[in-house]
Design a protein around this ligand. Structure first.
Ligand code: 4G0
Length: 225
């Protein structure tokens, strides 16, 4: 998969060069291009924002640099996504759908967002990562890139790690332990050391159901449907 991210702050994407996503890029499982919208401004001062028509606080990103930046990467296989607090809620299900596509273009707005004409001309999907407002779409875009990239073939070590995730069956994860079997007097539950895989699977299922009922009753109700 190829992902092009359009932003005024390309350096904020440094975290994606680390760890699993960094390795996915190195191993060519993901082609990730971080594109500076300012490079496309035809203004003599490279200006990319202006005041809002009709009044109101703050600045809006102007159409020209965005139109040119988008047109520089757009092709017939592209899905254009705009990160916005008024977008559709991003979920694991949405990530799985995006992970099947060839090419994503993700637009990051800053300030009060972008001119509506950019959205009308190019955007296929407005996505929100949750009901809160950030100073820019960069953190939300990183959330989308990370979530989608770890679902791509051969990005995680085992096929299973993505399939066993929380939300995969609308249940939260059971508690997990590693060595040592006793640490500062705190013991790992006996059942997990028993080697009885049937009983272990049963215990994990019960634990998942308990934690999901306590923390996310909405998920339990959704499952019953
Ligand atoms: C568009 C996404 C973009 C409009 C972006 C701000 C949160 C999210 C931005 C605004 C973002 C999210 C109207 C302030 C950039 N913040 N929840 N900030 N306004 O996904």
């Amino acid at each position: 998969m190829r992902i092009d991210v359009l932003t005024l702050f390309p350096e904020s994407f440094a975290p994606l060069k680390e760890s699993i996503i960094g390795r996915a890029v190195e191993n060519q499982k993901l082609e990730l291009n971080i594109i500076n919208i300012r490079d496309f401004s035809t203004d003599k001062h490279k200006k990319c924002d202006d005041e809002i028509f009709g009044g109101g606080d703050g600045m809006l990103m102007t159409p020209q640099p965005l139109f040119d930046a988008i047109e520089s990467v757009l092709d017939k296989n592209s899905k254009v996504i705009y990160m916005s607090p008024k977008g559709e809620q991003f979920t694991q299900k949405a990530a799985k759908e995006l992970a099947t596509l060839q090419h994503l273009i993700i637009i990051c707005g800053h300030y009060e967002g972008i001119d509506q004409r950019v959205i009308d001309a190019f955007v296929d999907m407005e996505i929100s990562i949750g009901d809160y407002v950030l100073t820019g779409g960069e953190l939300p875009a990183m959330v989308v890139v990370d979530t989608v990239a770890r679902l791509l073939p051969n990005v995680l070590h085992s096929e299973n790690s993505a399939k066993c995730d929380s939300f995969e069956d609308d249940l939260l994860e059971f508690p997990q332990y590693t060595r040592p079997a006793e640490f500062r007097g705190m013991k790992v539950p006996e059942i997990l050391l028993s080697g009885n895989h049937g009983e272990i699977a049963k215990w994990r299922r019960e634990q998942s159901e308990l934690i999901t009922s306590a923390r996310r009753p909405d998920l339990i109700n959704r499952r019953k449907k």
